[in-house]
Design a protein around this ligand. Structure first.
Ligand code: CU
Length: 358
């Protein structure tokens, strides 16, 4: 069907071209070919008008039809500010877009060539140049400053009561690390990365001993949360659209943002009427063949549910007691508190065995 329509459209264009050619040949026979502009000039003028009407019609249709793809509900404190900024920009550029196109396509029609009309010689006009330079400059400055204000907010140091965790991109998934009970993320070192310690947690730092790596992100509602972002290989990008946050994950250059979530997952399910609603992070940097699958789930809990979830999490060390051998002597007793009882006694054996190998 599409092919037939396509061939039909091409044939129509060919017929149209032939008609114009016949018309100019008739002009030659009649001896009127010496005219400075022929019939085709009028045809082009009308085509400009048709293009304008069809184009604006399509523009209106796509604007209304794609409402389903518009930004979803904002669920962070600064979210409405970003939306405000976005829609102000959209309204301004829509007015400019429609206005300039009305002028661009009606003028060729209104001022098409006529034998009887002489064009005005109009080389320049300083007043006009001044107006169309100053007005966009002022409008753009206001828009940029507005955006800069919101951007500065989310990239500024997080409030003192914030919680923070680490999100690290690699081809092709997000890895997470929470600071554990001490609330401080331990150091990391790329030399320590192996098949299990995928983030290179450095166990010579005492803050790292209780760090844990959950499978999904949990954050409490109403409390500022800071994302510490890293990448292990190529550029990735953390895009949390419901929280109106986006930040690149750059190899070798830690980045971060913070925000305060305002709606729990349960609130959002009630609000959207979708019992399966889930907050998600998508990677928005084309990072390789598996890019499309790179997402992570975020659960926004009530603070007490968040506390309960924290309680159920087990530190990396408790799940991988072998790494106790990387803990320096002076921290070993502290590290052993992380281990399940049996593993703690085993760990002494592990350490002894490791020592005897060396
Ligand atoms: Cu990616």
């Amino acid at each position: 069907m599409t092919t037939i329509l396509f061939i039909g459209a091409i044939l129509l264009l060919v017929i149209f071209g032939m008609l114009l050619k016949v018309q100019s040949m008739v002009d030659v026979v009649r001896g009127s070919f010496s005219k400075r502009a022929g019939f085709s000039n009028q045809v082009n003028a009308v085509l400009f008008l048709i293009f304008l009407i069809v184009g604006l019609g399509l523009f209106y249709w796509i604007t209304v039809d794609s409402r389903q793809y518009y930004l979803p509900e904002a669920a962070s404190e600064h979210g409405p500010k970003i939306d405000n900024q976005f829609w102000t920009t959209m309204i301004i550029i829509t007015i400019v877009f429609v206005g300039t196109h009305l002028l661009l396509f009606t003028f060729p029609y209104l001022y098409q060539f006529k034998e009887s009309r002489k064009a005005t010689f109009f080389p320049d006009n300083h007043k006009l140049e001044f107006v169309w330079t100053i007005i966009p400059a002022i409008v753009l400055t206001i828009l940029v400053l507005g955006g800069f204000k919101v951007w500065s907010e989310v990239t500024s140091p997080a409030p003192a009561n914030h919680i923070s965790f680490e999100i690290v991109g690699k081809q092709f998934n997000w890895m997470l690390r929470y600071p554990g009970k001490d609330g401080i993320l331990g150091k990391h070192n790329f030399r320590k990365i192996d098949a299990t310690n995928t983030l290179g947690i450095d166990f010579t730092d005492k803050n790292a001993l209780d760090d844990f790596m959950p499978g999904e992100i949990h954050i409490p509602v109403g409390i500022p949360v800071k994302f510490n972002i890293r990448s292990r290989d190529v550029l990735h990008s953390v895009f949390a659209i419901h929280f109106r946050q986006k930040m690149d994950a750059v190899p070798g250059m830690p980045t971060s943002f913070w925000f305060t979530p305002t709606k729990t997952t349960a609130d959002m399910r009630a609000e959207t009427g979708n019992p399966n609603f889930t907050y998600e992070i998508a990677c928005t940097e084309v990072c390789g063949a598996g890019h499309f699958g790179m997402k992570s789930k975020i659960v926004v809990d009530e603070p007490e549910d968040y506390a309960k979830w924290l309680e159920t999490q087990q530190s990396f060390l408790s799940q991988n007691p072998d790494y106790i051998k990387d803990v320096p002597e002076n921290l070993r007793s502290l590290a052993e508190q992380q281990l399940p009882k049996q593993a703690a006694t085993d760990s002494a054996t592990v350490v002894k065995a490791a020592a005897s190998i060396q």
